[in-house]
Design a protein around this ligand. Structure first.
Ligand code: ATP
Ligand code: MG
Length: 247
């Protein structure tokens, strides 16, 4: 079954929408529109009665809610109706308390150790928290912001790849249509999550002829005949809008 994304002009590129219950990666540089895409996708589902969950690892949810309230996505009432949920899975410890205490507390016996609460969570911790939300609220659409902020329990790159593949394999079994946001500065360096996902979409934001140009491009979409070219993107009062081919 295909589900409409709610991103104006996008579904025409992918035979009418995303295949449901699959995992997609949306990669792009800072400010390219990843969060906007994610929230718009969830708000559209929520307005059709499908519960959406936006999980943050880097940014506090309130900031995202404030920023996205600029758009006519109706997010405040969708949140009140519990059709749109925001969950903060980032490091818990706030600056402040321990900073003030630091001159009174000896850290000698603490060298090389940090509180688990202050670290970014591992893939399995993130997965467990998400799975609990999904079953409690019957979540249908899921966004993870961002996969790049997940901490690995090892420095070994091949083990990190295995952990990431395992994370994505588990997400595929959750029964949600999932969009993983990932930061990307080099569009030619593909990552494990991009290989493991059912689909990969790039958001571009680059300098061309002295102006910043925004575009979207479907890199892969299993089981779908799709447009591979860069389409220009703009922001309307309702969020992102996909337009014609980039000239
Ligand atoms: N009405 C608007 N409200 C907020 N942002 C807007 C608006 N119109 C255009 N923008 C653009 O949207 C950009 C932010 O988009 P978004 O937060 O979705 O990007 P992102 O890829 O998630 O960024 P990051 O990597 O920092 O998380 C802003 O930098 C701004 O250029
Ligand atoms: Mg963002």
């Amino acid at each position: 079954m295909r589900i409409p994304t709610g991103i104006e002009g996008f579904d025409d590129l992918v035979q009418g929408g995303l295949l449901s219950e699959r995992v997609y990666v949306l990669s792009g540089p800072p400010g390219s529109g990843k969060t906007t895409f994610g929230v718009q996708f969830l708000a559209h589902g929520a307005s059709r009665g499908e519960v959406g969950l936006y999980t943050t690892l880097l940014e506090c949810p309130q900031n995202i809610i404030n920023d996205m309230s600029n758009y006519a996505m109706n997010i405040t009432s969708l949140i009140k109706m519990q059709k749109l949920l925001f969950a903060d899975l980032g490091p818990r410890m706030e600056y402040g308390y321990m900073d003030e205490m630091s001159e009174f507390v000896t850290t000698d016996y603490n060298v090389g150790r940090t509180s688990i609460e202050s670290e970014a969570p591992s893939p399995s911790m993130v997965f467990k928290e998400i799975a609990a939300y999904v079953s409690e609220y019957d979540v249908k659409r899921l966004v993870i912001d961002s996969v790049s902020a997940i901490r690995f329990t090892t420095n070994d790159f091949s083990l990190q790849e295995k952990e990431m593949s395992r994370f994505i394999r588990n997400l595929k079994k959750l029964g949600c249509t999932t969009v993983l946001l990932s930061e990307m500065t080099d569009p030619t360096a593909y990552s494990t999550e991009q290989f493991a996902a059912h689909g990969v979409i790039f958001m571009h934001n680059f300098l061309y002829d002295k102006t910043m140009t925004r575009a979207i491009q479907v890199i892969k979409m299993r089981g779908t005949r799709h447009d591979c070219n860069m389409r220009s993107v703009s922001f309307s009062e309702r969020g992102l809008r996909v337009e014609g081919y980039l000239e």
